[in-house]
Design a protein around this ligand. Structure first.
Ligand code: BG6
Length: 497
C-alpha cells in the first residue's frame, strides 16, 4: 500500500468527459490544495479529442475554477499542480494508445525516485470498458511493475443487469486480481454517508434500539430537482432503477441495516453489507407491482422555471418508457429487521434536492397524556445526506402554557454549523483511498452481483411487460400520486424532506 509520501501515476480514460471535468479533476486539485495528495504524482489523461498538453491544462484550469471546492490561492500554486498533468490523445480501442501510455509512464517514473505505483481510472462510457480492460491486459499495463502496485477504478454502471455484470466481472478477473479492482460508488464517499457507521457504531445509545422491537419503518429518499440535463441518451438506457437504486440507495440500506463489523476495515465492513444483501427478501416475479413502482416526469416547474417533460428532453425518445422515478418496498429477513419495511425512492425533477434516511420508531406502548389534543408523533431520526447535512431526532415535548399540550421538537445537529466550511467531495475521499489501497468504501463484485439479482425481476417486468404501469408525475412535484397509494397500502405515508 503506498504510504502518504509515495509517488503514484493516475491514468484517466475519458479525460474530455463530464466526469473528469466535474468531479475527478476538481477533486484531485482540492486534494493537492489541501496537501493530502501524495507526492510526487503524475496525472496522465487520455481521450480521443486531439489537443496539446497546453490546451488540456488550460481546460483543466477552467474546470477547477468552476467546480472545485478549493480554489487556487495563486496561479503559481496552480502551475505546480499543472506541471504534473500530461495529455495523451488516442482511441481506447487502438493498441497504439497503450504503447504510448506505457512509454509516457516509464519516462515519468524514470525521472523520479520511488516505486512505480499506477492507478488506472475508467471514466468513459461503460461501452468502452471492454476495450480498455482487454488492452490493459494485452499491453502488460495491468500487471504491477516490480516494487509497485497497479490498480483500476471502474465507474458505475457495472453492467446493466445480472448477466452483463457477471460478464464484466469475468473480464476484470481475467486481467486483474480482485484486490486490484476498485468499483466506485460515490455515495459511499459522502461525509454524511460515512458518518452513518460512526453514528451507529461509535455511540452506545443507538444500537439497543436499532431493530424491529423499536423501529417501525425506514424510508430512504434520494430526490433530485435536476432533470436528465445533457445525459438523455445515457439515461434512456439506464432509468432510475439502474442509475440510482441498484447502487446508491441499496448501499445506504446496507449501511443502515448491517450488523456491527468487527473493525472498520474492507473485509469486515463489506462482509457485513453482503449479509444484508443475502437477507433481502427476493422479489417475486409474479408480484412486482406490490413492491416496485415507477414513474416518469412530465412538464412542470423547477425552481419556479417552466421545464419540459422527460420525453421532450434531448436524446430521449418521444414515446420513451424509461422511468425517472422508482420506489421499492423491501424486507430484510433476519432477526434484527424481520417485518420492518424499508421504503426506497428516488427520482429526477422532484420538488427539491434532498437525500435522507428517516427511521421512524414505534409509538409509546401506552399514552398517559390522553387529554393532549392531537396525539403525539412517533419519534423519528432523520439522517440528512444532502444538502444541509445533519442528523435530527424528533421527540415529543410539552409546549409552554397552562394546558398539558404536547408538540414535536427537533434535536438537530447541522454539519455546517458545528464543523463550518464545506465538507470534502466524495470523490476526494475515494480517490485518496484508491491511491492508498483502501477499498473499504468501494463496492465488491459479489455485492454488485447480488444487487442486480435482487432487482432483476423488476428490470424484467418493466422492460418485458408492455403494459407494466408507468405513472406520470409533474416536474417539481413529489412524484406520482400512485406512490402515495403504494405506501398507504401499509398504512404509511412518505415523509416530506
Ligand atoms: C449519479 C447518477 O450516480 O449520481 C446521476 O448517475 C445522479 O444521475 C447522481 O444525478 C447524483 O449524485 P449526487 O452526488 O449529486 O447526489
Amino acid at each position: 500500500m503506498p504510504s502518504a509520501d509515495e509517488p503514484f501515476a493516475l491514468i484517466i480514460f475519458g479525460a474530455s468527459g463530464d466526469l473528469t471535468r466535474r468531479k475527478l479533476m476538481p477533486a484531485l486539485w482540492s486534494l493537492y490544495a489541501a496537501r493530502t495528495l501524495p507526492e510526487p504524482f503524475a496525472i496522465v489523461a487520455t481521450a480521443r479529442t486531439e489537443m496539446s498538453g497546453e490546451e488540456f491544462r488550460r481546460r483543466m484550469r477552467e474546470t477547477v475554477g468552476e467546480f472545485a471546492r478549493l480554489q487556487p490561492p495563486s496561479e503559481g500554486v496552480w502551475e505546480r499542480f499543472a506541471a504534473a498533468l500530461r495529455y495523451v490523445p488516442g482511441d481506447p480501442a487502438d493498441a497504439g494508445l497503450y504503447a504510448r501510455l506505457a512509454r509516457t509512464l516509464e519516462t515519468l517514473e524514470r525521472a523520479r525516485a520511488g516505486p512505480p505505483n499506477r492507478l488506472f481510472y475508467c471514466a468513459t462510457p461503460p461501452s468502452l470498458y471492454d476495450d480498455i480492460i482487454a488492452h490493459l491486459g494485452a499491453s502488460g499495463l495491468a500487471a504491477p511493475r516490480p516494487g509497485g502496485v497497479t490498480r483500476i477504478v471502474v465507474e458505475k454502471p457495472f453492467g446493466r443487469d445480472d448477466a452483463s455484470a457477471r460478464a464484466l466481472d469475468r473480464q476484470l478477473a481475467a486481467t486483474f486480481h480482485e484486490e486490484q479492482v476498485y468499483r466506485i460508488d460515490h455515495y459511499l464517499g459522502k461525509e454524511t454517508v460515512q458518518n452513518i457507521l460512526v453514528f451507529r457504531f461509535a455511540n452506545g445509545i443507538f444500537e439497543p434500539v436499532w431493530n424491529r422491537n423499536h423501529v417501525a419503518e425506514v424510508q430512504i429518499t434520494v430526490a433530485e430537482s435536476l432533470g436528465v440535463e445533457t445525459r438523455g441518451a445515457y439515461y434512456e438506457e439506464a432509468g432510475a432503477l439502474r442509475d440510482m437504486m441498484q447502487n446508491h440507495l441499496l448501499q445506504l440500506l446496507c449501511l443502515i441495516a448491517m450488523e456491527p463489523p468487527v473493525s472498520f476495515d474492507a473485509g469486515p465492513v463489506r462482509d457485513e453489507k453482503n449479509k444484508v444483501m443475502h437477507a433481502l427478501r427476493p422479489i417475486d416475479a409474479a408480484r412486482v407491482e406490490e413492491v416496485a413502482l415507477r414513474g416518469q416526469y412530465g412538464p412542470g416547474f423547477a425552481e419556479a422555471r417552466p421545464v419540459v417533460g422527460y420525453r421532450d428532453e434531448k436524446g430521449v425518445a418521444p414515446g420513451s418508457r424509461t422511468e425517472t422515478y422508482a420506489a421499492l418496498r423491501l424486507l430484510v429477513d433476519n432477526w434484527r429487521w424481520a417485518g420492518v419495511p424499508f421504503y426506497l425512492r428516488t427520482g429526477k425533477r422532484l420538488a427539491k434536492r434532498a437525500s435522507e434516511i428517516a427511521i421512524r420508531f414505534h409509538r409509546t406502548p401506552h399514552m398517559i397524556f390522553r387529554r393532549s389534543p392531537g396525539g403525539v408523533e412517533a419519534n423519528s431520526l432523520v439522517i440528512r445526506i444532502q444538502p444541509d447535512e445533519g442528523i435530527a431526532l424528533t421527540v415529543a415535548a410539552k409546549t409552554p402554557g397552562p394546558d398539558l399540550r404536547l408538540g414535536p421538537v427537533r434535536l438537530d445537529f447541522r454539519y455546517g454549523e458545528v464543523f463550518g466550511g464545506e465538507p470534502p467531495e466524495a470523490y476526494e475521499r475515494l480517490l485518496l483511498d484508491a491511491i492508498h489501497g483502501d477499498p473499504t468504501l468501494y463496492a465488491r463484485a459479489d455485492w454488485v452481483e447480488k444487487a442486480w439479482q435482487l432487482l432483476q425481476p423488476v428490470l424484467d417486468a418493466w422492460s418485458e411487460a408492455p403494459g407494466a404501469p408507468l405513472c406520470a408525475y409533474e416536474a417539481g412535484s413529489w412524484g406520482p400520486a400512485e406512490a402515495d397509494r403504494f405506501i398507504a397500502r401499509d398504512g404509511g405515508s412518505w415523509r416530506k424532506p
